[in-house]
Design a protein around this ligand. Structure first.
Ligand SMILES: [Mg+2]
Length: 330
């Protein structure tokens, strides 16, 4: 049984959200070594997941922006601008967080009092610990926020089977982060998401598929798409943007309402009752060169395979956000 359902796709060109990472054809990996730390315990399954709106019921960054920053109306407009490629996620997200002037420790206190876990996540967390399933939280949010919320809501320090990979918080202009206006987000990498979540998964996806664990992913937003494409099965939250993007990009997905169905499916995958088809994930082969494209001026054109059946082209002028298209989309 293959759980991932085929989604319809659009025939119109869509902006590519893939990173332009070059990945070696023979990546260095050692099963069971610390070279790929989530393989250390020889798991059969690794569970990668988004945090805000996936593990939590509400997005903590939205909560801060709406209640402490410039408010929900402007945030929603910026989200729309990102969807229409008028602004990058990276820039819009920084604008949202910059509008929050509360000291960082005060933000943490407010989030502790207002955020809630999915009612079934704790059960998944403890099952994963007992069954050697590493959980890797990949987030566009900030590590101290995520760690604080998980430890508060679970009621204890995090266990070794859960790892958080996300952006950090840093001082603004040398000020104490726990003073008004004293903190800002420090992005994880140079991607236009601020944190390209696929970077953490790629080394695992590049291990020959018959030698590696099954890679699962759960998410709800646009920043999850590039990561999800590296895994074998994607759980996409019902009614959220990720499903819209999956439809548009022709990405298979399984809808989830909460972590109870994720837990049930992951149990079945681990026991072998459900078989997820694993594929050798596409190695990014890219070639980039500057050229003249009429009114687009001088562009760095990069062609790369995003999966065996899809070629992506990106056009990246200096100091501008990437434009791109994929062909075919399915
Ligand atoms: Mg999310």
């Amino acid at each position: 049984m293959i759980l991932a359902s085929s989604a319809s796709s659009s025939s119109s060109p869509v902006p590519s959200i893939r990173s332009h990472e070059h990945y070696p054809a023979t990546p260095p990996f050692t099963m069971g070594s610390t070279a790929l730390p989530y393989l250390k315990t020889n798991p059969k399954v690794i569970f990668f997941t988004d945090f805000d709106g996936t593990i939590t019921l509400e997005d903590s960054n939205d909560h801060m922006t709406d209640n402490l920053g410039f408010g929900g109306e402007r945030r929603r407009q910026l989200n729309k601008d990102v969807l229409e490629n008028k602004v990058t996620f990276r820039d819009s997200f920084r604008d949202m967080l910059d509008s929050v002037k509360n000291p960082f420790n005060e933000c943490l206190d407010i989030l502790r009092a207002n955020m809630h876990l999915d009612p079934h996540f704790a059960e998944f967390y403890y099952w994963a610990k007992e069954n050697n399933v590493p959980i890797v939280v990949l987030s566009s949010g900030m590590v101290p926020v995520i760690k604080t919320l998980l430890e508060t809501l679970l009621g204890h320090p995090l266990d070794d089977h859960l790892t958080i990979v996300a952006n950090e918080v840093e001082s603004r202009d040398g000020r104490d982060i726990n003073t008004p206006g004293g903190w800002q987000i420090k992005y994880h990498d140079d991607s236009h998401f601020g944190h390209d979540k696929s970077l953490e998964i790629k080394p695992y996806a590049a291990v020959p598929f018959d030698e590696r664990p099954t890679l699962l992913y759960a998410g709800d937003g646009v920043s999850d798409l590039s990561a999800a494409s590296e895994t074998d099965l994607l759980f996409a939250k019902a009614g959220k943007d990720l499903i819209t993007y999956c439809e548009r990009e022709g990405m298979p997905y399984t809808v989830f309402e909460n972590w109870s169905s994720i837990l049930a499916t992951t149990k079945d995958i681990l026991s072998g009752k459900t078989v997820v088809k694993k594929e050798q994930k596409a190695i990014t082969l890219s070639y980039s060169y500057p050229c003249w494209l009429g009114t687009l001026a001088t562009q760095h054109v990069t062609a790369y395979w995003i999966r065996p059946s899809a070629l992506a082209l990106s056009f990246t002028p200096e100091n501008q956000r990437p434009l791109g298209m994929t062909w075919p989309s399915n």
